[in-house]
Design a protein around this ligand. Structure first.
Ligand SMILES: *Cc1c(COP(=O)(O)O)cnc(C)c1O
Length: 417
């Protein structure tokens, strides 16, 4: 109740100040923002807490589930489950088996393992295909001499996280097209890998890849880390025939930030478990998960499946509209909603402007949002083009108003200057 009225007050307050600043000559800078922040603090809306104590300034996440921005925020039910799990000791083996069975049951998979992230799931999956359950082989990795130690993938599916696969000491064999794939397969091939977000960047699509893998008898792994929502993906890749499927637990599923999910064939999941924590002499031991993460991810998956996904979507669209309306009408500014095709496939807003006309570069816009109070972070970009992408799905209730106000202030100030 208290929380609710606080949010309401804050939203009303920010709405008011936002309006005032836009009307008030548009010359507000850092000082004004600091003054606004002080007023909010005086009103007791922003409480002192752990982060304030550390001098670490929290941020409004208008980017998305970026690990560097601390990913996602867990629903209170997940935090409560983790808190409850934290109070007693259990056997990690028994807990992993029990939770794995529950999650597998929910998602139509044979078996499942909670990992410390999707990257860890990639390492464990690879280790399972290379070392299996053989104790000596598990100890030997990442030296893979004498073992099947090649992983085949399409050239366009090389990516930053393939380091997690290479950690097992395998050689990545790049192919283009199904003919090259077939002829690359040999008796040292341990695994075939598909990166879901690169679905449209290779000659072989995900369904054909799964079929080719099935026919070859080589285990296949697909990385769908950031590809929930849609919720249907949690089942789709298993149904397509992938032997192993990896997801992040701390992205769209909103489980513990240090959690991931490996789904698939029972024999391979059993092997993945033996290649990681709590087994000390294994390549995956660095990706430890505790009882809290194991229980937390189970709870998060359960909750996620129960959500009204259509209602979530409408809510995200409304947030996009709030920001779009706030910047519409500012000179030379355009704002267009968009939905990425794969990965983070939820409503976003792209804001573009004439950098010369407004005398505002992308970097300056990003800095102004970062330096403001509250601090706002938007999607990172490799390009300096005058374009800002706003992700709204990780915003807490009411924060869309803050993002709208700050974006409008920065643009309007530039337009007035
Ligand atoms: C985020 C991401 C990962 C890593 O996931 P973590 O859960 O942070 O370990 C791996 N692959 C892709 C495609 C990702 O987007």
């Amino acid at each position: 109740m208290r929380e609710r009225s606080t949010r309401w007050t804050r939203r009303r307050f920010l709405h008011g100040t936002g309006l005032a600043s836009v009307l008030g000559g548009l010359s507000l800078g850092r000082t004004a923002d600091a003054a606004i922040a002080q007023t909010i603090r005086d009103a007791g809306v922003v409480a002192d807490g752990i982060y304030a104590n550390l001098g670490v300034r929290p941020l409004v996440n208008a980017a998305g589930t970026y690990t560097a921005l601390s990913g996602s925020i867990m629903p209170p039910e997940v935090v409560a489950a983790m808190e409850e799990a934290s109070r007693q000791h259990v056997s990690i083996g028994e807990l992993q088996a029990a939770v794995g069975q529950r999650i597998a049951g929910l998602l139509g998979a044979e078996s499942a393992l909670v990992t410390s992230g999707c990257a860890a799931a990639l390492t464990l999956a690879t280790a399972a295909c290379v070392c299996g359950t053989d104790e000596e082989h598990i100890k030997q990795a990442p030296d893979t001499t004498g073992l099947k130690n090649q992983v085949i993938l399409q050239k366009s599916h090389r990516f930053g996280y393939d380091h997690a696969i290479r950690n097992v000491g395998v050689e990545l064999v790049e192919v283009e097209g199904s003919d090259q794939l077939s002829s690359a397969i040999n008796d040292r091939t341990a695994m075939l890998f598909f990166l879901n977000v690169a679905e449209h960047e290779g000659a072989i699509g995900r369904e054909e890849f799964a079929r080719l893998a099935k026919r070859s008898g080589i285990p296949s792994l697909i990385d769908g880390a950031a590809d929930v929502p849609p919720a249907s993906n949690l089942r789709a890749f298993i149904e397509m025939g992938y032997d192993l499927v990896a997801f992040s637990g701390g992205k769209g599923i909103r489980g513990p930030q240090c959690s991931g999910l490996l789904l698939g064939r029972r024999d391979l999941i059993d092997a993945a478990y033996l290649n990681g924590s709590p087994h000390s002499n294994s390549v995956g031991r660095i990706g430890k998960v505790g009882k809290e993460e194991i229980v937390g991810l189970w709870k998060a998956v359960e909750l996620y499946l129960q959500r009204d996904h259509a209602a979530d979507w409408r809510d995200w669209e409304q947030r996009v509209e709030v920001v779009q309306r706030a910047v519409a009408g500012i000179r030379s500014v355009e704002a267009e909603p968009f939905v990425p095709k794969i990965a983070n496939a939820v409503p976003h807003l792209a804001i573009t402007w004439d950098a010369t006309d407004l005398g505002l570069s992308r970097a300056e816009f990003v800095e102004a949002l970062r330096d403001g109070d509250p601090r706002v972070e938007v999607r990172p970009s490799r390009s300096d083009d005058p374009k800002l992408e706003i992700g709204v799905w990780m915003l807490e209730p009411g924060e869309d108003q803050i993002v709208a106000r700050r974006c409008a202030e920065v643009l309007a100030t530039a337009a007035a200057g």
